[in-house]
Design a protein around this ligand. Structure first.
Ligand code: T5A
Length: 205
C-alpha cells in the first residue's frame, strides 16, 4: 500500500511547523508510520543546502536560488520521501514545491513555466496540501514572539512578501483537488482542529 503525502505551505510565520508537528503527533497514535520532514532540508545534503540558502550572508540570483531548492528537493524526495511512501508511511512535509512557485516564481520573478518543468522532473505530487493564510500583522507578531534572528527570506521587502502571499492563494485556487486554503489566524488549537478535520474528510485518516 502506497503511503500518503501531506504538505504545509504558506508565508513566513503562518504556523506551518506548529500545525505539522501537532498533526504528526496526533497520527502517531493510530499505529501507522509517520514521517515528519521539512524543506529545504530533510537529508544531510539538503540540510547543508538549507544552511546556505537561509544564511543572510549568501548572495544568489533568483535562478540560482531556485535551482538550489530543487537540488535539495531531488535528494530529499529520492532518499526520504519516496522510500517512506513505498513503506506505506504518512509523510508530512513542512513546505514543498509550492513554496518554490510562490517565493521564487511569484515573489522573485523566476519563469513559472521553468519551475513547473522542474516540478515535473522531480515527479512527486502531494496527496493533500494545506495553504495557511494569516494577516501580515499576525505573522509579524508570531515571528517577533519567537524571537529568532531573521533569515535571508525573512529580510525580503513587503512588496515581495505580498506577491508571495498572492502566489500561494493563486496556486491553491488553481489546484482545488489537491490544495485547501486554511484561515490560520486563530489560535493553535483552532488551526489544528480545522486541519485534522480536513485530513479525515479528504483522506479518510
Ligand atoms: N523557501 C522554502 C523558498 O524560498 N523556496 C522553497 O522552495 C522553500 C522550500 C525556510 C525558508 O525557505 C524559503 C521560505 C522560508 O523563508 P523556515 O525557517 O523553514 O525557512 O521558514 P518557515 O517555513 O517560514 O518557518 P517559520 O518557522 O518562519 O514559520 P511557520 O512554520 O509558518 O511558523 P511556526 O509554526 O514556526 O510559528 C511561528 C511562531 O508562531 C507561534 C509558534 O509558537 C511560533 O512561536 N504560532 C502560533 N501562535 C498563535 N496561534 C497560532 N495558530 C500559532 N501557530 C504558530
Amino acid at each position: 500500500m502506497r503511503g500518503v503525502f501531506i504538505t504545509f505551505e504558506g508565508g513566513e510565520g503562518a504556523g506551518k511547523s506548529t500545525v505539522a508537528r501537532r498533526l504528526a503527533a496526533s497520527m502517531q497514535t493510530n499505529g501507522r508510520e509517520i514521517v515528519l520532514t521539512r524543506e529545504p532540508g530533510g537529508t544531510p545534503g539538503a540540510e547543508a543546502v538549507r544552511g546556505l540558502l537561509l544564511n543572510p550572508a549568501t548572495v544568489l540570483t533568483p535562478l540560482a536560488d531556485t535551482l538550489l531548492h530543487f537540488a535539495a528537493r531531488a535528494d530529499h524526495v529520492a532518499r526520504v520521501i519516496n522510500p517512506a511512501l513505498a513503506r506505506g508511511a504518512v509523510v508530512i512535509c513542512d513546505r514543498f514545491y509550492d513554496s518554490t512557485m510562490a517565493y521564487q516564481g511569484y515573489g522573485l520573478g523566476v519563469d513559472r513555466n521553468a519551475i513547473a518543468t522542474l516540478i515535473d522532473l522531480v515527479g512527486l505530487t502531494p496527496d493533500l496540501t494545506f495553504v495557511l493564510e494569516v494577516f501580515e500583522l499576525t505573522a509579524k507578531n508570531r515571528l517577533a514572539s519567537r524571537g529568532n534572528a531573521a533569515d535571508r527570506y525573512e529580510q525580503m521587502g513587503a512588496d515581495v512578501m505580498a506577491r508571495i502571499s498572492a502566489g500561494f492563494h493563486a496556486i491553491a485556487l488553481s489546484a482545488p483537488e489537491r490544495c485547501v486554503l486554511v484561515d490560520a489566524n486563530g489560535d493553535a488549537d483552532a488551526v489544528f482542529g480545522s486541519v485534522a478535520a480536513l485530513v479525515t474528510k479528504r483522506l479518510g485518516l
